[in-house]
Write a protein that binds this ligand. Sequence first.
Ligand code: SF4
Length: 198
Amino acid sequence: MVEADIEDFTGCSIGYVERTNLSFIDVPGQIATVVFVRGCSIRCPDCHNCELQSFDETRKTTVDEVVSKLNELELSQWICFQGGEPLDQADFVRAIIEKLKPSFKVCIYSGYNMELVKRKHKALLELPNVRMVKAGKFLLKKRIYDKFLATTNQRVILKHQIDSNENKIQWDELDWINNSKEFIEDQVNKSCYEEKKN
Ligand code: SF4
């Protein structure tokens, strides 16, 4: 297996994807198709996807190949990028999102902390269909067992529409720890609004 240098990915239309899976748990209360990208430079001590950490050359694929498969999906309304580390291939992921059918909502799981994600990936977060981000390392001792796949150090933000007439949206932080499963699902559901075309 050949490992690639993550520096090579800037502006790239080629990236690494291991597989896609249908999921009922990764986006609370929603059916999602999870895109497991391959390769991660973070190396969380409790990584739950160690087999996806290497940038395996055999899993190289193009933006168009991924998009053509995703755009044929009918069951899921959400596409959830995780891995691996989607933001180690941010340009690749962004190019995919830009070509998705507008009806898809997008969730991104990252092992980087939320401040870094907001600072370094502002343009990605501003894409209209990016609605949810979960960020932070996966730490087993902080695992939440009674709700969703998360650890208490991780933070979740959701895009909500605050004025549908003016198309005003804002990112809200979701209290993943102190709220009920039902409340969390309700908040995620509110981020499924349809964007109004100007
Ligand atoms: S960010 Fe995800 S894939 Fe990367 S080391 Fe952490 S848990 Fe594993």
